[in-house]
Design a binder for this molecule. Sequence first.
Ligand code: HEC
Length: 158
Amino acid sequence: MKKGDLLKLLTVTTLTLLYAWPARGGEDFLKPRVSEEKLASVKLMQNPLSADGKSVAAGREIYYGKGLCASCHGESGKGDGPGGASFDPGPRDFTNASWQSIRTDGEIFTAITEGTQYGMIAYGDNLTDNESWQVVNYLRTFGARGVAKNTHAEVSVK
Ligand code: HEC
């Protein structure tokens, strides 16, 4: 292959990727998953649990245990678990700082309890509300790790 051909191939590949990216998640994952009618009230829902070590540890147990969250969302929360490979958009990457900052606890809680139209399962029948809030608090620690790596937040939880 000539050097010029390689460059052409690279350019085409890059452009194709750039074009196809938004279709496979892209910024799409930042769009609200709660219906428009409910969004305002869901956004304002108050998390009844403080994000202390106890609730975070309980949420962590559910994430890797009976909730099976890790099988799709990955061991480190990046959305890369084997069970989630066939979904589009894929399972949420909880280390994504934009996603962490745009979602309120109420929206995350509602995604867990009611599921989403793109394949997130509804856990309302399998987890109590209290357990779902505990998981919300655990998911927030992935954001802390993503934003400030190697801080005490990472050490204290895992
Ligand atoms: C079978 C695979 C699978 C399992 C198991 C799973 N999820 Fe998901 N989850 C997904 C997929 C796929 C999405 C992306 C759906 C979407 O974009 O609406 C998602 C999205 C989410 C979102 C993002 C919703 C939003 O508003 O952006 C949250 C929060 C979430 N999952 C939490 C959990 C928790 C907590 C558990 C365990 C209790 C869990 N998931 C288990 C597949 C899974």
